[in-house]
Design a protein around this ligand. Sequence first.
Ligand code: RP5
Length: 203
Amino acid sequence: MARRSKKNDAPAEKTKSKKKDKAREDAENVEVDTRQPVVAVVMGSDSDFPVVAACIETLEEFDIPYEARVISAHRTPDKAHKFASTARLKGFRILIAAAGGAAHLAGVMASLTTLPVIGIPIQTPTLGGADSLYSTVQMPAGVPVATVAIGKAGATNAALLATEILALSDDSLHDRLQSFRAAMRRTVAQKNARLREKIASTS
Ligand code: RP5
């Protein structure tokens, strides 16, 4: 193919360089969290993510540096082993593990680290998550997994529990937890007032 003349190339070059400038500008505007992640959130599959998102959102609400990844106790046992056995050295302080079905991820993690491990049982279409709950919670004495409720409530509580553990040595985090509780109390008071108004207006 014949090469276009330099003259014809010029507008294309200009567009290219404008695009590059824009990309550089965008990259500069992205806030990168360079802090050491203290909570690791691992999940057995990306199909767990819609539930685990509630955990991540809560960690972000409390501005806790975390790292999230997919690791399967059954499909990638070597990775699970390596991750859990090096987690403490990498600077993590708490592990949160979510899995569904034969949910051994949290238990396997707990067997390989002395960091506190919180397990989130994921709902399953076949058994509703009772399978995940039993697999996660029924650990033998000696290897604890702090198991939360099945599903999104559990995912939120896993993050809150991690926050409470970190707040033992962080007063500002403790203050944020107190504010969170106060906001919850206000919400319940509003719900109560609305309900009482509704009942009064219908009787
Ligand atoms: C578990 O198997 C995962 O935690 C997930 O809940 C379940 C199904 O995984 P996918 O088949 O959707 O990858 O290990």
